[in-house]
Write a protein that binds this ligand. Structure first.
Ligand code: GDP
Ligand code: IMO
Ligand code: MG
Length: 409
């Protein structure tokens, strides 16, 4: 059985926590796209783990984790991440595989990424990890894949400094290489989780282009880059926060107004600890955008939504969510492609009553206060998508499952 877990907003929705939670029942965890731009946090027994390239199943001693074909891998970042896991007592050797179709991020890509950013009149706010450059090299057919590492005919086109870099890492990378399609075909009865990075609105095709990342973070990425075909995906889960955040630049219709909502903005950032895992940048915060969420649900065939950070609203008397945009006086209910429209969109907001209670200890949906249940019901109705899992804290256990995604319908 194959389950895809993707972000349904602008990243940082809590994918790492949810993948880690669901991985208890999986045998394999495949991260299908992105690179060291991602930062996935898992909190277990008070200890925090920040993962960037390694899939979020690694904390279980018996799971195999695979870096999929759509990933762009910086070997220095990968091995330093593995070393810090090892320092925390995680034995990863023999359990981390890399698709031989995955691409490498070469050191000079990071510099090019930063130079391109500084020459842009409107910078994207990239993480500076060379991600866009690696995907551009891939698309222009000048990229280097894991499978190319011991193919002299592929390496002869490279500059001397690149050859030296590749030579330095070959011996460590090659034993981890796997041909993903036959590997998964041989295990077609296994329970496999496909972990997305970034989110639907940062996807190169469905996101708020050009303020996006360069990989496929949509559910279709599983089929193109996870080693299985589209009909083999049994279920798609879309993770979203009770509110919205965004790191980097680009339109964000529900972003809190720095003048009139600065106290709320500060409250959400501090309560939700909204600072980037990869860059430490403060995340921009705003109310939940249901227009964008419904778009993400439809564009990705999301079967079940996963609501996280509901606890962050515990102390509020009331809060709002965006149910439409007003763009130059016109009501819009579909997420626009135009950056101009999205930048000028004013949110039409609906009010919700707060619950004024700590919900972090709730473990079943029935335990939640009525006001929280009403918020959940409204989101389900608006998006026409059931919310199958609710998270009320960063710890693995602060999770309530209304419907296990592993049960076949
Ligand atoms: P990812 O990139 O989607 O994996 O998310 P990040 O790890 O970048 O950011 C999510 C942050 O929220 C992390 O610090 C998590 O530990 C934390 N988190 C996850 N779920 C919850 C939740 O339900 N409530 C709260 N308060 N924090 C959460
Ligand atoms: P996870 O997997 C949030 C954003 C960057 C920038 C844009 C392009 O943790 O949810 P890039 O370096 O990818 O070229 O930057 O995308 N971005 C993310 N924002 N979460 C992420 O990953 C992100 N990965 C990239 O901030 O705006
Ligand atoms: Mg993150």
């Amino acid at each position: 059985m194959n389950i895809a877990v993707i972000g349904a907003q602008w990243g940082d929705e809590g994918k790492g926590k949810i993948v880690d939670y669901l991985a208890a029942d999986a045998r394999l965890i495949v991260r299908f796209s992105g690179g060291a731009n991602a930062g996935h946090t898992i909190v277990l027994g008070g200890e925090q783990y920040a993962l960037h390239l390694v899939p979020s199943g690694i904390l279980y001693p018996d799971k195999i984790v695979i870096l999929g074909s759509g990933m762009v891998i910086d070997p220095e970042a990968l091995f330093s991440e593995l070393a810090s896991l090892e320092a925390k007592g995680i034995d990863w050797k023999g359990r981390v595989l890399i698709s031989d179709r995955a691409h490498l991020v070469l050191p000079r890509y990071r510099k090019i990424d930063k130079d391109m950013e500084s020459s842009r009149r409107k910078p994207i706010g990239t993480t500076g990890r060379g991600i866009g450059v690696a995907y551009a090299m891939k698309a222009s057919r000048d990229g280097i894949r894991i499978a190319d590492l011991d193919d002299p005919t592929r390496l002869e086109n490279l500059e001397a400094e690149d050859v030296a870099f590749v030579n330095a890492w070959r011996e460590r990378l090659m034993p981890m290489a796997v041909d993903l399609v036959p590997y998964l075909r041989a295990r077609k009865n296994a329970y496999v989780l496909f972990e997305g990075a970034q989110g639907a609105l940062l996807d190169i095709d469905t996101g708020s282009y050009p303020f996006v990342s360069s990989g496929m973070s949509c559910a279709a990425g599983v089929a193109a880059q996870g080693g299985i075909g589209p009909r083999a995906i049994n279920r798609v889960l879309g993770v979203f926060k009770a509110y919205s955040t965004r790191v980097g630049n680009g339109p964000f219709p529900t972003e809190f107004n720095p003048n009139s909502q600065s106290a709320l903005d500060k409250f959400i950032r501090e309560t939700g600890r909204e600072y980037g895992v990869t860059t430490g940048r403060p995340r921009r915060c705003g109310y939940l955008d249901l227009v964008a969420l419904r778009y993400a649900c439809t564009a990705n065939s999301i079967d079940h939504l996963v609501l996280t950070h509901l606890d962050v609203y515990d102390e509020l008397d009331e809060f709002e969510a965006c149910i439409a945009y007003r763009v130059r006086g016109k009501i819009v209910e579909d997420f626009p492609a135009s950056v101009r429209d999205l930048s000028e969109a004013e949110p039409v907001l609906r009010k919700f009553r707060g619950w004024k209670k700590a919900i972090g200890a709730c473990r079943t949906f029935e335990d939640l206060p009525l006001e929280a249940k009403a918020y959940v019901a409204y989101i389900e109705e608006y998006t026409e998508t059931p919310i199958g899992i609710i998270s009320v804290g960063s710890d693995r256990n602060a999770t309530m499952v209304r419907e296990s995604p592993w049960i076949r319908s």
